[in-house]
Design a protein around this ligand. Sequence first.
Ligand code: MLT
Length: 331
Amino acid sequence: MGKNVVVVADPLAADALGQLDGCEVRHCDGRDPGALRRALRDADALLIRSGTRVDAEALAAAPRLRIVARAGVGLDNVDVDAATRAGVIVANAPLSNVLSVAELTVGLIITAVRHVVPAGRALREGRWERSRHQGRELAGSTVGIVGLGHVGTLVARRLAPFDVRIVAHDPYVSTPRAEQLGVTLLGLDELMARSDFVTVHVPKTPRTDGLIGDRELRLAKPSLYLVNTARGGIVDEAALAVALKEERIAGAALDVFAIEPAVGNPLLAFDSVVATPHLGASTREAQERAGREAVAAVRKALAGEVVPHAVNGAAVARARELAATGAPEAG
Ligand code: MLT
């Protein structure tokens, strides 16, 4: 029997890839759909981060594929339904980078409100602009967290010592749980109206696409800094640009964009915007964890074992069972 072929379509931690002994590891540039389809022709497993889009077409080009393993959290770049229909397991590394994202979020809040980027740029250009870049303290302000899951909770815990009031919007979190975290739950509109900082920590789904749009931004106070380290598009970029241009809000800190790489994005032209190139998970620790977990998922899938963080494990098992018995799929 030949070796299993594992295609690595995004840059992954080298140490983790070292665990793929016994497999033939092939690298391709997953951002190029043609190159991805060619690489998938005889692939048994595919390893990705967020740069590779695994759609129905890519899956159709992969007759032997058994698993797509995402070294990271978000699965908005994988057509999970199409994978399930094709009998392909999709697994992620759900906790691998949450701490890194939370830490970056706190850093971006302070960077934005203390004008670190424009003041630093002025200094490099020869201007000592102390009063022009007067910021605000965090203490006493209200921070609104949209999505109190793993990252949102870590952000709340890390911000609490700054003596801020923390409010959150999350329909899936109970009041006792929020109270335990010292957080007051609010509807989204009220959160937008009360907060001096709003930070978004929800996955990108059809329901969260454009969640913070023109209507929500019109509810905001002029002191608002909007932070997005979750996914581009959850904040409507056109609406945000108008709010910034009309100075209806103070600024934004963005690590993610609707289209990435976001080179040339009009939001980058605003001095009131701090922007980073999707760095949330880009720490040594997070990449090692994510790579290790994704590689472990690949090894388990190729060995025919249960994959712990498979998001469609049961559905794939059922689809395979039906295919083996020739029974028609229900529903
Ligand atoms: C994630 O969803 O895990 C992060 O956005 C990081 C990444 O895509 O690499």
